[in-house]
Design a protein around this ligand. Structure first.
Ligand code: ZN
Length: 287
């Protein structure tokens, strides 16, 4: 009888102990999440950069979600909450409309937040204009500058360095951790750059047609010529389409690239006219 009481007490203590450990374990991730450095970025490729460098030490919030366009997106209340708690904002800095329209308001929401400009050290290029006539009008779009800097793996390396420097500034305790992650990731990016360079050297036809002109920096890096379908953020006119079809035929283009953020209709019209096909390619993919 005595033994059985002692045994049941033991069982009770054991149950309590297990319960306590379970509770403690359940609490840990939450506490850790709170300790993470809140880091806000504008677009998904930056989220990839930030997470590769920050690992488990950061909590990354992306302003422009998958499928949305940074040329038109407006932030949601939940994102403003994340922003209010963030230590750092890594902006693209190259004239992305979302930032031109929202950056001042976002910064006013959280005045303590450190703002890092990812484009620092990147040579900004003019938006590709197809012909003389288009050039004046293109000036209006993006202020004449091409904001899609992240599309070049070489620029991506500069952006990664900028994000890392920002993280070290807001969280110097974890400097070594960030630097090690940064260096490992820079190696990967350099590898991608080498693969692109090697893979594209032998290509004879160096022109490609794409709906939204997001590949200017990529084209420049590898000696390619981008022929954009969209003009100043608008669908081409009937005359514009006819001219694009002519160009595609003249340059023996058989694939028309289009981005999932945009209506592929005009890309399909051109592809049909040249007996080619449309291939979707995402300039805002994380990877
Ligand atoms: Zn774009």
């Amino acid at each position: 009888m005595k033994l059985s009481v002692r045994a049941s007490r033991l069982v009770l203590m054991l149950v309590l102990a297990v319960l306590l450990v379970t509770l403690a374990a359940a609490c840990v991730p939450e506490k850790e999440a709170g300790d993470r450095v809140g880091l806000v970025v504008t677009i998904l490729p930056q989220a990839e950069f930030a997470e590769k460098i920050g690992g488990e030490k950061v909590k990354v919030t992306v302003m422009v979600p998958p499928g949305a366009s940074p040329h038109t997106y407006e932030p949601k209340p939940a994102q403003m909450t994340a922003l209010a708690e963030a230590k750092m904002y890594a902006k693209v800095g190259s004239g992305v409309e979302f930032e031109l329209v929202w950056m001042d308001k976002l910064m006013a929401t959280n005045k303590e937040m450190v703002v890092v400009d990812c484009s620092k050290g990147v040579e900004l290029q003019a938006m590709v204009a197809e012909d003389e006539h288009a050039e004046d009008e293109e000036e209006e779009y993006h202020g004449g500058r091409d904001p899609h800097i992240w599309m070049s793996p070489v620029n991506a390396q500069i952006m990664v360095r900028n994000i890392c420097a920002g993280l070290i500034a807001v969280d110097p305790e974890n400097r070594r951790y960030y630097e090690q992650n940064r260096d490992a990731y820079l190696k990967q990016l350099a590898e991608i750059d080498r693969e692109m360079r090697d893979g594209l050297t032998e290509i004879k036809n160096r022109r490609f047609m794409v709906y939204h002109p997001a590949f200017g920096y990529f084209a420049m890096e590898y000696g390619l010529t981008m022929l954009p379908i969209e003009r100043e953020g608008k669908e081409p006119t009937a005359a514009g389409l006819a001219s694009l079809i002519e160009q595609a035929k003249a340059h023996d283009i058989r694939v028309i690239f289009a981005e999932p953020q945009f209506d592929p209709k005009s890309a399909e019209v051109i592809a049909d006219a040249i007996g080619g096909r449309v291939v979707l390619i995402d300039p805002l993919a994380r990877d």
